[in-house]
Each structure stands twice: as structure tokens, then as C-alpha cells.
Design a protein around this ligand. Structure first.
Ligand code: ZN
Ligand code: ZN
Length: 315
């Protein structure tokens, strides 16, 4: 026997008209029809649609900041991971080289490959990574040099150029008549760590750390840090020390929600918040000069304290 719901006609009717349910009473055996009234098929009214749209908009408004924050936290974690890898590389390199700190400074990328005026007469010298002044574009756009042992001391240790890039750094270098290219490096090394050029370029009142045993307070000694995209140039992060003008030579990055990642010689990394708005100029794709005045800036004081200590002070 065919059941009502198996009948094509029944199905067709139930779709276009109020359904009629039929059942048989056990007591009387009579068939009874029940019509479901007021059953009509129709679409959303405009008001209902607007309510749905409003609810979706409110939910999006609540969720998007949460998602953006989560994405920011993920990028911060990747930056910390990058710098920890670099710190591990630095320790490995130093261990492989009789505890002499990896060379740091600025200058030619390779003999005969430079437009730089900053080689300081010392000629070609290989550093932990290549880096030159702002107008020698390949030093900032050629990722291959970062992982090539011919150009970078870390080349044999770090296989991926992405290790050198902060995920928040969207800075580009504009090469006249050629186009815009993304930076390949976001991190620099404290100039007082591993400086291998003319010592006269640094403040002689402050300690230069050329081997592991020099680093007597490693938990307070900066090694790597996020650099402002408009400020990155040399492999060395230069800080004007007390006694020099109260200026930023290089700016730290504040792209992680007013913070930048910094790592210390003992192996720990942290996201440091730069308190003074003058330390956080917006990234414009321009060029931050090496002589921006910033008197009484607590962030400059912090950088100085964690870059080196006076040679006449015993730690
Ligand atoms: Zn970063
Ligand atoms: Zn520079």
C-alpha cells in the first residue's frame, strides 16, 4: 500500500497548500483530517532582512578586532621565534670560532660590489649579514645574499631568508626608475657586540664585546632587535651613547602594537614597549635620518643602558 507521503501528488500539494494531516482513530476507526491553518510559504520581509544584516554586522564588529588581535599575536610570536633562531645561530657561530663574536659593522657587500661611501677604508669585510648604507639598494632587497656563505657569516647556519624578516615589516625600498621592492631584513645587531671595524667609530668610553667572555651581564646586553622599516641600513644598530648628542641614529621598530622584539645575550627575547611617542615615528616608506634629536627620551636611555656599559665601571 502506498503511503500518502510517497504519492507525488500529495508531495506536490503539501508544497503549495496548507498541509492536511490524516489519521485514523483507534477507538472509532474513523478517518479524521486536520488542516494546519495559517501555514503560508513566503520570503523574508524587508524588516527581517534588515534585522539579520544588523545582527551579522554587530557580530562582525565584535569578532574582527578579536581576529585582528589574534593575528597580531601570531606575528609577534613569529618575530620572537625568528630572533631566537638568530640568537641560537650567533651562539653556535661564536662556539665554532673560539668564542669570538660574529663580526658586526657596516660596509661593502663584496669586493667590488658596493656603491657605499661607508666602508671606512677597511675594505671588504664579511659580517653576520651584509648591509650597507641606504642608497646601496641590493643590501636591502637581495635575499640571496643573506643565506649565501660567500656574503654572510650566518649563511652556513640559516637556510631561509625569511628568518631575517619581521612579519609586521611591510617596508619597501624604492629604486629610482626600477620600482618598489620589499625589505629582506628587519633585524640588526647591537653595534657594541662583535664590532669589527675601526674602534674609533664607537664611543671609546664604552665596552665593545668581541668575545663571549666579555659579556658579563648577558641578561641585560642587547644582541638583536627589530628595526624601524625606514631606518634599517647597516648590520649594526647604532646608538648614540651618553656624551654624544641626544639623537636617534637608528630607530627601533614599534610595529608590534607600539612594541618591538629585542633579544639579549643570555638567550631571552621580549617584546619591549617604546614609551615615548618620539621613538615611534610612523612608517612612511621614507628615510629616517641618522641625527634626529630626542632629548630626555626614556627609550633612548633604555637603549643606551642595554647597548654597553662604561669601561671605567666594574660590573
Ligand atoms: Zn617584529
Ligand atoms: Zn641608516
Amino acid at each position: 500500500m502506498q503511503r500518502p507521503w510517497e504519492n507525488r501528488r500529495y508531495l506536490l500539494q503539501s508544497c503549495v497548500a496548507p498541509p492536511v494531516l490524516t489519521y485514523s482513530s483507534r477507538a472509532t476507526g474513523k478517518m479524521t483530517n486536520i488542516s494546519i491553518k495559517n501555514h503560508t510559504l513566503r520570503g523574508f520581509s524587508l524588516i527581517e532582512l534588515l534585522v539579520v544584516v544588523a545582527v551579522v554586522a554587530i557580530l562582525c564588529g565584535m569578532l574582527l578586532p578579536v581576529l585582528a588581535k589574534a593575528r597580531g599575536q601570531a606575528r609577534l610570536a613569529r618575530c620572537i621565534n625568528n630572533q631566537r633562531q638568530l640568537l641560537l645561530t650567533w651562539h653556535l657561530y661564536n662556539g665554532d670560532n673560539r668564542e669570538m663574536a660574529a663580526a658586526n659593522g657596516h660596509g661593502m657587500v663584496s669586493p667590488g660590489i658596493s656603491l657605499s661611501s661607508s666602508a671606512s677604508g677597511s675594505g671588504f669585510k664579511k659580517f653576520w649579514v651584509p648591509g650597507d648604507d641606504h642608497f646601496y639598494y641590493p643590501a636591502f632587497t637581495n635575499a640571496q645574499w643573506l643565506t649565501d656563505p660567500q656574503y654572510a657569516l650566518f649563511g652556513s647556519y640559516v637556510g631561509s631568508a625569511s628568518t631575517y624578516k619581521c612579519p609586521e615589516d611591510r617596508g619597501t625600498v624604492t629604486i629610482p626608475n626600477v620600482g618598489k621592492f620589499p625589505h629582506v631584513r628587519s633585524y640588526s645587531m647591537n653595534e657594541y657586540v662583535g664590532w669589527s671595524l675601526d674602534p674609533g667609530e664607537l664611543n671609546p668610553a664604552y665596552r665593545t664585546f668581541t668575545k663571549s667572555s666579555d659579556m658579563r651581564a648577558p641578561a641585560d646586553l642587547l644582541v638583536f632587535q627589530d628595526v624601524h622599516p625606514d631606518s634599517i641600513c647597516f648590520p649594526a644598530f647604532v646608538v648614540r651613547m651618553p656624551g654624544e648628542p641626544d639623537q636617534f641614529y637608528h630607530y627601533p621598530s614599534s610595529l608590534h602594537n607600539e612594541r618591538g622584539v629585542v633579544t639579549f645575550a643570555d638567550g631571552h627575547a621580549e617584546a619591549h614597549r617604546w614609551a615615548d611617542p618620539r621613538t615611534r615615528p610612523p612608517a612612511t616608506g621614507g628615510l629616517l635620518a641618522h641625527w634626529n634629536d630626542s632629548p630626555n627620551n626614556p627609550d633612548l636611555a633604555w637603549l643606551r643602558t642595554h647597548s654597553s656599559y662604561r669601561v671605567d665601571v666594574q660590573n
